[in-house]
Every structure is written in structure tokens, then in C-alpha cells.
Design a protein around this ligand. Structure first.
Ligand code: PLP
Length: 386
């Protein structure tokens, strides 16, 4: 039997834990949405999203998981028969390519091995060589590899062309630096259940003027109805949504955004980065390898040594310690673990996670002593006092 006194510590890169004040809102009665009361909540959510996304752009809020936001980007950015550049490295980058193919768009792949980064010069070369590329699809934090990509530099190159710059910021935005306007991001896809600390179910797309112009001036009609972004723009004029919004989730979101905004988005980025550096220091001290050459701040993907049995390690972490972290995907499946450090996951959760990980690794005969990771982690944490 599961121990009912064990705290459940959700530390996966989506979903992530929800703060208590938002949980309370989630328990409230269901009310109608075509009301002044909801319009006010909606308006607040949009303004706060703009603040956290660092944008003045209009933002569509849809029901759906992050993938719905990605699909909205694809169908609205490029017509069938068009061409797009996909920065291809990892499970979520692959999703951009699958989406393109599904809608008759030819994906040109700029591929690097999992764990490596894309170079802005190379992106520029692709765009020069094939000027009919209509959009560049990229990923801020590739959740399947733990890489943080050089979105700012790439954005600078894309901005010189007519192509739209599309970024999957689903796991990164709200946890690590992402300056939508300053970096020239035309379509930014985000989901509710990662750094924004809200249950799964909301998808966001921030749309630049350049992207609206393209949607307005081409005769493409998106091969989608629910995901046609123009409908969201029109309703937003009166702080409405075109179809029934998830009022409950949006109200909880507004509360979580208020918390983030009160702390300040740059402080959140600094805090997330400090947690990330501490976790990486712990892993290195335990002789474990961080997979990403340039790791992102919202999660850490740690390679597991051959002799470690990963699925039983994950089970023991959960059953003995209540620590729920994630395994890995694709070729890394069974060979790595992913620890999230964003949103409502705090430093002491991470201390607990590292302590539990040490114990399970030791039980699997990994040659470390208790406290090896913890000592390095605490030293790293103390390097910077806020
Ligand atoms: C979680 C995630 C997605 C997919 O989101 P769903 O909510 O599962 O549809 C896409 N991209 C990245 C980078 C993610 O982390």
C-alpha cells in the first residue's frame, strides 16, 4: 500500500505543482463566461501574460495543451504547399516537422545531434539559400534534451527576412529569459502546465504585427477552424473569446501570473537559473553527466550510468520518497532522468530530490557517499545571495 503520509512531490517538466491560492480558485463553483466579471479576469490574464512573455503582442488563449498552440502556429503561419525551416533536435522539435507534414508544408530540416545547439549563422545560410522559406520553427527549451537554444541570436537573423520566427516556449517561458518582442518572435507557443504553474488545458499564442500582416494579406485560409487565430483577435477586442473559454483555468492562471508578476519576471529568471546551477553542481559532484551542451534553466536532463536501472530508480523515488521526476524520451529512454526546477518547485524540493536520488543510487551500488551531491548543491546555492 502507498504510504498516505508521504508528500507527493511533482517535479516533472510538465505538469508542475499548482500554488495553494490557485488551487482554491479551481475549487470554486462554475460561473458563466459572458459576463463583466469574466471579462475582467480575462483582461487581467492577457495583460499579465504580456508582461511575463515580454511582449506587446496580442495573445490568443485557447483550450488545449501546448501542442494545440504549436498546431495553431503551423496552420496560421504557412499555407499548404509552402516551405518552412525546422530546427530539428529532440522530441519537440520533431513535432514541428510532423505538424508541417500533416498540413502539406515541406519541412527543411536543420538537424543537430540531440544535446547540441543551433547556430544563428547556419540559420542565416538556410534562409539565404532558400528564400522561399516562409517560417522558422524553433524551441526555447527542448524538454526532451534539456538544451536551452540561442533564440535571441537566431531571431536576429530571421528578422532580416520575410520569414516568420516561431518559437515553442512551452516549457521555458515564465522560467527562463524569453523576450518575445526584443528577440523578434512572431509566433510564441506556450502552455499552462509548466513554468506557469497552472493545470494542463490552456494554450497560448502571442502573435506579432508581422504575423498578423501575413495572415491578413495572404489568401490562405488556415486549414483549421478552432485554431484560426483571427477569430481570437476579433473577440479580444471586447475581452471575449470566440468559443467557450476554460473560465476556471483562466481564473487560476490569472492568480499564478499575479504571483509571478509580483516577484518580477527577471527575478524569476534569476531564481530559476540559481536552482538550475545548483542541481547541475549536485549531479556533477555525483559523477553524473548533464546531457545538454548548453543546458536550459527549467529542467535538467541527467544521463544515467549503464549499471543503473532507471525504471526501478524512478519507481523507488516515487514510492519511497514521494518524488516524481521524469524519465527520458526517444533514444534516451531508459538512459536518463529529467528533474524540473521551475514554477512552484522550490529549492528544498530539489534538496529532497537530490538526497533521495543519492540514496537510491547508492542502493544500486553507484560509488558515492551520502551528501556528495547535497554538499556541492548547497555550495553552489550559496555562491550567490539574493
Ligand atoms: C510539454 C511540451 C510540449 C507539448 O505540450 P503538451 O502540453 O503535452 O501538448 C511541447 N513542447 C515543449 C518544449 C514542451 O515542453
Amino acid at each position: 500500500m502507498k504510504n498516505p503520509l508521504l508528500h507527493y512531490r511533482l517535479m516533472t517538466p510538465g505538469p508542475t505543482p499548482v500554488p495553494p491560492s490557485a488551487l482554491k480558485i479551481l475549487g470554486q463553483e462554475i460561473k458563466h463566461h459572458r459576463t463583466e466579471e469574466f471579462r475582467e479576469i480575462f483582461r487581467r490574464a492577457i495583460f499579465l501574460l504580456q508582461e511575463i512573455f515580454c511582449t506587446q503582442n496580442k495573445i490568443a488563449i485557447m483550450c488545449g495543451s501546448g501542442t494545440a498552440a504549436m498546431e495553431a502556429c503551423v496552420v496560421n503561419a504557412v499555407p499548404a504547399g509552402g516551405k518552412a525551416l525546422v530546427l530539428y533536435s529532440g522530441k519537440f522539435a520533431e513535432r514541428w516537422a510532423h505538424l508541417c507534414k500533416r498540413f502539406g508544408i515541406t519541412p527543411i530540416l536543420y538537424e543537430v545531434p540531440w544535446g547540441e545547439v543551433f547556430l544563428a549563422e547556419k540559420v542565416a545560410e538556410f534562409l539565404q539559400r532558400e528564400p522561399d522559406i516562409q517560417a522558422v520553427f524553433s524551441t526555447l527549451s527542448e524538454t526532451s534534451t534539456g538544451v536551452g537554444h540561442r533564440i535571441q541570436e537566431i531571431g536576429r537573423e530571421v528578422a532580416k527576412t520575410d520569414a516568420l520566427f516561431v518559437v515553442d516556449g512551452i516549457s521555458g517561458v515564465g522560467g527562463m529569459e524569453c523576450r518575445t518582442d526584443a528577440w523578434g518572435i512572431d509566433l510564441l507557443a506556450v502552455g499552462s502546465q509548466k513554468a506557469l504553474m497552472t493545470p494542463p488545458g490552456l494554450a497560448f499564442v502571442a502573435v506579432s504585427e508581422k504575423a498578423w500582416r501575413k495572415m491578413d494579406t495572404t489568401d490562405i485560409y488556415p486549414p483549421a477552424f478552432y485554431l484560426d487565430l483571427r477569430a481570437y483577435r476579433k473577440s479580444a477586442e471586447t475581452w471575449d473569446t470566440p468559443y467557450t473559454p476554460s473560465r476556471t483555468l483562466i481564473a487560476a492562471l490569472a492568480e499564478n501570473l499575479r504571483i509571478l508578476s509580483e516577484i518580477g519576471v527577471e527575478n524569476i529568471w534569476a531564481h530559476t537559473s540559481r536552482m538550475a546551477r545548483s542541481v547541475r553542481a549536485a549531479m556533477k559532484a555525483m559523477n553524473l553527466e548533464i546531457f545538454a551542451k548548453e543546458p536550459c534553466d527549467v529542467l535538467t536532463l541527467v544521463k544515467m550510468p549503464e549499471k543503473i536501472h532507471v525504471s526501478s530508480l524512478l519507481t523507488r523515488l516515487e514510492e519511497e520518497f514521494g518524488v516524481k521526476i521524469a524519465g527520458a524520451q526517444g533514444d534516451l529512454k531508459g538512459r536518463a532522468i529529467r528533474i524540473a526546477h521551475m514554477g512552484f518547485i522550490d529549492y528544498l524540493d530539489l534538496i529532497g530530490c537530490v538526497a533521495a536520488l543519492e540514496q537510491v543510487l547508492i542502493s544500486q551500488k553507484w560509488p558515492i557517499t551520502p551528501g556528495t551531491g547535497l554538499t556541492a548543491m548547497q555550495k553552489k546555492w550559496l555562491e550567490k545571495t539574493v
